[in-house]
Ligand binder design. Structure first.
Ligand code: BTN
Length: 250
């Protein structure tokens, strides 16, 4: 039997470079309990995907990382972890924003075309199994103004025109993450695939993409492959799978 891990060790910090880096360093120094959550009011060097920076106004948003330990999760299944965390965020946020919420592959949380949040998962692998993951989440909650370069960023406050209680939101997210991690522990991968494909941005909508050779083409997202790649139906009705960095929306 697998149970929800009801006790969580929550560490609140005023400021840190990055909650992901902090947890990673902590694990090197001492034993860190499963479901330890590190949350910071301010990150001075927040990390995004693909070595991007994650910027967030001090005190306004949720920036936190969770240490999750796994038993027998093969490293080849890591992408299900990404998808399950995206589903967790979606499931909580849909009660705040009932419309236009989607997940842009692999795990940007969008409202219409604007980014509300992102996920950065760093795994420590032992003998081809994921020993533990540091799941970093950045969610724009009460920030009203964004730097000019972040043209596509939005927040719950901007969308809902009211402030959101961050502690309540965090509790809901952590609980939903626990449910999703039960699916992972029970290896319910086809359920995760099904749930994820249902919330995928632009699924079934003809869109323009650009591949890694700067070649633009029309296609339609149909879902994900069993290797976690993005599956696109091309204009000639054939299917092609794309890995991270191999494709972008135009
Ligand atoms: C993305 O690029 O979309 C992923 C952003 C992930 C940001 C979060 S904020 C908390 C955690 N600590 C970090 O340094 N990054 C993640």
């Amino acid at each position: 039997m697998l149970y929800l891990h009801l006790y969580m060790n929550i560490v609140k910090l005023d400021a840190i470079d990055s909650t992901n880096s902090y947890l990673k360093d902590l694990v090197k120094q001492k034993h860190v309990e499963n479901w330890t959550v590190v949350i910071a009011d301010h990150q001075t060097n927040g990390k995004g995907q693909f070595d991007n920076e994650w910027t967030s106004e001090k005190g306004k948003n949720l920036t936190f990382s969770v240490l999750i330990r796994f038993k027998k999760l093969n490293v080849e299944k890591q992408f299900y972890l990404n998808y399950a965390i995206s589903i967790a965020l979606y499931n909580v946020l849909k009660y705040y924003i009932p419309e236009k919420l989607t997940v842009k592959w692999p795990n940007d949380i969008l409202s219409a075309n604007q980014k509300l949040g992102g996920i950065l998962i760093e795994c420590i692998v032992k003998n081809s199994a994921i020993d533990f993951a540091i799941v970093g989440i950045g969610l724009n909650v009460n920030q009203k103004d964004f730097p000019r370069e972040l043209t596509f960023a939005t927040s719950l406050k901007k969308l809902l025109k009211r402030s959101i209680n961050k502690d309540e939101l965090l509790d809901k997210i952590l609980l939903e993450m626990q449910y999703q991690m039960l699916l992972i522990q029970k290896q319910k991968f086809s359920d995760i695939k099904y749930l994820y494909e249902d919330i995928l941005y632009k699924k079934g909508i003809p869109s323009m993409f650009v591949d890694k050779n700067d070649h633009t083409f029309m296609g339609k997202i149909v879902g994900i492959s069993t290797e976690g790649k993005l599956r696109i139906e091309l204009e000639n009705e054939s299917f092609k799978d794309f890995d991270l960095k191999e494709i972008k929306f135009v």
